[in-house]
Design a protein around this ligand. Structure first.
Ligand code: KIV
Ligand code: NA
Length: 258
């Protein structure tokens, strides 16, 4: 699974064999410049989902339900998931949480809306968690992550993201689940799948690099080289060249200038 936020990134996921495209609410930071995902509105999410959907037919298209769009209960969650599906043109929703969102997950899945869970580090709760910290480091808190994962499976999620937990926790939860697939981010190699944020993978993001991020590209460097060359060649007038300019047909040229 890989995140996408607009038409070209959705297209790239489709063209290069990604199984699941996630319009993550990491959109807030990496595309919109917000401090955290809690700033993102449903309308902003829908706007970006539509763009990704235009470029993406075959990978399963999943969107994060933004902070506050499923917090007042199952009814509100269904209403907002329907908007994401109908207006945003996505196929499944992802929500953060464990035992406390079981009723919401049951309601959504009973209405035929596929749900992906998200356990471990929950970025929408960074204030309560006092930052973005590895979860489940001691046996007691690992047990809580496991209990949340089992509750989500019982409630009917088809898969769940496990974020920022020790490798043994990601592996053990994956073994304990019978139906739901696990997709790890900072959860080690024992999960069924992996997910990363587009900008981390491509190296477009200049911000903080988490321990679990591997850069597979260096787009930031490419952008720097490209912008600098463009500015230089405009200023020294080597751009545009003759073969990058239009000509007038013979005869018209003289008429125009006389
Ligand atoms: O918002 C996001 O991009 C995510 C993934 C990193 C799992 O939730
Ligand atoms: Na997210």
């Amino acid at each position: 699974m890989l995140t996408a936020y607009d038409f070209p990134t959705g297209r790239a996921c489709e063209n290069h064999g990604v199984d699941i495209t996630l319009v993550g609410d990491s959109l807030a930071q990496v595309c919109l410049g917000y401090e955290s995902t809690t700033q993102l509105t449903l309308d902003e999410m829908i706007h970006h989902c539509r763009a990704v959907a235009r470029g993406s037919k075959s990978p399963l298209l999943v969107a994060d339900m933004p902070f506050g769009t499923y917090h007042s209960g199952p009814e509100e969650a269904v209403r907002n998931a329907v908007r994401l599906i109908r207006e945003g043109r996505i196929e499944a929703v992802k929500i953060e949480g464990g035992v406390e969102i079981v009723d919401t997950v049951k309601k959504l899945t009973s209405m035929g809306i596929p749900v992906m869970g998200h356990v471990g580090l929950l970025p929408q709760r960074h204030s309560m968690l006092s930052g973005y910290k590895v979860q489940g480091k001691d046996a007691r808190s690992a047990e809580l992550v496991l209990r949340n994962a089992l509750a989500l499976e019982e409630a009917g999620v088809f898969a769940m993201v496990i974020e920022a937990v020790p490798r043994v926790v990601g592996t053990y939860i994956t073994q304990r689940l019978r139906y739901a697939s696990t997709i790890g981010i900072g959860a080690g190699s024992g999960t069924d799948g992996q997910v990363l944020v587009w900008d981390d993978v491509m190296g477009t993001w200049g911000g903080h690099k988490a321990k679990f991020v591997r850069r597979f590209g260096d787009v930031k460097k490419e952008v720097e080289v490209g912008v600098k060359r463009y500015m230089k060649e405009v200023r020294d007038r080597t751009f545009p060249a003759e073969n990058e300019s239009y000509e007038m047909p013979a005869g018209e040229h003289e008429k125009f200038l006389s």
